[in-house]
Design a binder for this molecule. Structure first.
Ligand code: SF4
Length: 88
């Protein structure tokens, strides 16, 4: 069977929605450090995304970044994947 990085729909979380709360963000940058594919920072070092649909391949970054935020300024809506497989 052929392996690739794209999982068929339904076998993993189908992506999540990320919402940030700029009023809470103090610019720690942890979200970007732990979830660089999902959370860009602006010139002030604050999270530079407000609402974002995150594709399945970046869901773990979405959760990691949100969990790392000391201000709880990030809400992730959706399912968390639990697998830590390394596709290759
Ligand atoms: S970790 Fe939280 S407080 Fe820090 S930049 Fe990201 S959203 Fe803002």
């Amino acid at each position: 069977m052929e392996m690739n990085n794209r999982r068929p729909p339904g076998t993993q979380a189908d992506g999540v929605l990320v919402k940030t709360h700029p009023a809470l963000c103090l610019g720690w940058g942890n979200c970007h450090r732990f979830g660089p594919t999902v959370y860009p920072l602006d010139a002030d070092g604050k999270v530079d995304v407000h609402r974002l649909a995150v594709p399945p391949e970046h869901v773990e970054d979405a959760w990691m970044g949100a969990a790392a935020c000391p201000e709880r300024a990030i809400t992730v809506i959706g399912q968390r994947t639990h697998s830590h497989t390394h596709d290759r």
